[in-house]
Design a protein around this ligand. Structure first.
Ligand code: ATP
Length: 581
């Protein structure tokens, strides 16, 4: 089996390969910069020695001009390196962000129930941002720094072997120390990222529930939790930083020792006429320059640790598999679809069953009303039909096909659902009705809008279908949002529609409008209506009564209503608000 670090590097190549030519360009620019950096001290050396030896002014001017030209070009290529580096980083990491988001969107509800949106944001964006510099610069900088180091040492050997030997020993010692202790901060950085993710999760969750937080006076409690999370971020961040700077500190100490040695030897050589003033300057300058690539390597290693912790977390996320395994079939019958539950058992948590032996059948085009007390399992039935969770046992068939054998996009194309929590997106009314599908003709949208009673809303909006809805749809009433959701589902021409208590929060007048819309929507498809209010179920064909996850009753609505001994008849007799509130 491949060990985790190797796997990380192999996996990383997938994102680096598409930008390989840009990286090659980056490398070429970096080598050019390195060559110019190495050339400039030589200009100064010649300048000093020419000046000290009383050389001609014209030569001095030539050397000064060359120095200036090289310095300007070095700066320009450095800017180009920085630009290209960021470009490469963006391209590579955006692909990774997209992969992570796509992967998370495909994970099952059990995964999402355990994580806050804030935590997910941190994992999809925050962790990847920490990898971006690594992506752009690591390989290129490591190579560039190695070339610069080799160049400096080579030129020093050409000038003076003992001094070059000292600097080589120092360089090798620094590099060996760094390689030995490079991983010292990875675990601490990982803990830091996790603490950050938890903090974002907390902020997101509390802001999403701002109404409840304010009205229940929970602000002090929220602040208390926030401070505790912040303290954790601070503590883990401080520890991670301290661990990460260890390799860097080690090289700083070694460097100070090397500079002292070189200066002492250089002065001795100068005094014994073993070197000119220009050569002394050259030694000093190259010793100074040596620090840059070593520091660069140190920084890259620090970054490598941070990137590695981000990489591990991203890999861990990408290795999570959805419990929902997709089938291959796409061959559902045309038109309304029949639904069959065959001895279905289901639990969210192992050992805590929520649905027991659910067994019923709906013919194509029939409408089923599901009633039952709060928590009896009504919504769970709709979640199972849409494959948000796997069954413990039993089979659900749609149009005669086991839904586990279907491709998920086929299932979602043919089944539409409206719940009481309508999700509106940041966009125009048209975007929200068509779910950003520009291919839906305007005439078709307007026809459905008229049919489902959304016209008054449309007439009120200043730019009609192209009016931008406030984020989250806060500019719409609950009833209007429900109508938008119904219209959206209608436009997809579903073969089965599930309505999960769509009118439970509406006043009687709005409910009547919505009821008409629902009747239109269910004209051409099979329908499952989950309802607290029995009035919503006036036009259904079948009734399923649930109690604590068990089927108490299933049958024709009319027959059950006429049978005084049935649960449904008993419910009809009782005051609906008292019974179902
Ligand atoms: N994500 C979940 N994780 C664990 N248990 C859950 C989850 N969702 C629901 N439950 C539990 O499953 C049971 C059935 O829930 P379900 O939402 O299906 O009931 P319901 O009849 O639709 O309720 P309501 O009328 O309040 O919408 C309840 O006991 C509930 O606490």
């Amino acid at each position: 089996m491949t060990s985790p670090p190797q796997r990380s590097m192999l996996w990383l190549m997938r994102y680096i390969l598409p930008v390989k030519w840009r990286m090659a360009g980056l490398l070429a620019l970096l080598l050019l910069t390195t060559a110019m950096q190495l050339a400039n001290p030589q200009m100064v050396q010649h300048f000093i020695d020419t000046a000290a030896g009383g050389g001609p002014v014209s030569r001095l001017l030539g050397l000064a001009s060359a120095y200036l030209a090289i310095a300007v070009c070095t700066q320009l290529t450095s800017v180009a390196v920085s630009y290209l580096g960021n470009d490469v980083a963006w391209r590579a990491t955006n692909q990774l962000r997209a992969d992570l988001l796509r992967h998370c969107l495909g994970l099952d509800m059990r995964f999402h129930n355990l994580r806050t949106p804030g935590e997910m944001m941190e994992r999809i964006d925050g962790d990847v941002t920490h990898m971006s510099n690594f992506f752009a610069m690591f390989i290129v900088q490591m190579f560039g720094s190695a070339v610069l180091l080799a160049g400096i040492l080579g030129l020093m050997f050409a000038q003076n072997v003992p001094i070059a030997a000292i600097m080589t020993a120092f360089t090798l010692l620094s590099l060996a120390a760094m390689v030995r202790i490079r991983d010292v901060g990875v675990a601490a950085s990982q803990a830091e990222r996790q603490a950050n993710a938890a903090l974002f999760g907390l902020i997101e969750e509390r802001i999403a529930g701002i109404e409840d937080v304010q009205t229940s006076g929970a602000v002090p409690h929220v602040m208390n939790r926030f401070h505790r999370a912040m303290r954790h971020v601070f503590q883990t961040g401080r520890r991670a930083w301290m661990m990460r700077v260890i390799p860097w500190n080690v090289t700083v100490v070694l460097y100070a020792m090397a500079v002292t040695g070189v200066l002492m030897m250089g002065i001795h050589l100068y005094l014994t006429r073993g070197a000119t003033l220009g050569t002394l300057y050259l030694f000093y300058q190259y010793t100074q320059m040596l620090n840059d690539p070593i520091e660069q390597l140190g920084n890259q290693l620090q970054d490598y640790q941070r990137a590695k912790s981000g990489m591990r977390r991203s890999l861990e996320l990408l290795s999570m598999r959805s419990e929902i395994e997709e089938g291959q079939r796409t061959d559902l019958p045309e038109g309304p679809l029949g639904v069959a539950f065959e001895h279905v058992h289901f639990s969210y948590q192992p050992g805590e069953p929520v649905l027991h032996d659910i067994h019923f059948e709906l013919r194509p085009g029939e409408r089923l009303g599901i009633v039952g007390r709060t928590g009896s399992g009504k919504s769970s039935i709709s979640r199972l039909l849409l494959r948000l969770y796997n069954l413990d046992s039993g089979v659900i068939r749609l149009g005669g096909v086991d839904i586990r054998e279907l491709r998920l996009d086929t299932l979602y194309e043919r089944v539409g659902m409206v719940t009481q929590d309508v999700q509106l997106f940041d966009g125009t009314l048209r975007d929200n009705l068509t779910l950003f599908n520009p291919g839906v003709p305007e005439a078709e949208i307007l026809a459905v809008v008229d049919r489902l009673g959304l016209r008054p809303l449309l007439d009120r909006l200043p730019e009609g279908l192209d009016t931008r809805l406030a984020a989250g749809g806060s500019s719409l009433s609950a009833g209007e949002a429900q109508l938008v959701a119904l219209t959206r589902v209608f436009l997809t021409k579903p073969s089965l529609v599930i309505l999960d208590e769509p009118s439970s929060r509406l006043d009687p007048a709005t409910e009547a409008t919505l009821q008409t819309a629902i009747d239109h929507l269910l004209e051409h498809c099979t329908g499952i209506v989950i309802a607290h209010r029995l009035s919503t179920l006036a036009k259904v064909d079948k009734i399923l009564v649930l109690g604590q996850g068990r089927m108490l009753e299933f049958g024709d609505r009319a027959a059950l209503a006429d049978d005084p001994a049935s649960h449904f008849a008993a419910l009809l007799r009782k005051d609906r608000l008292e019974v179902w509130a």
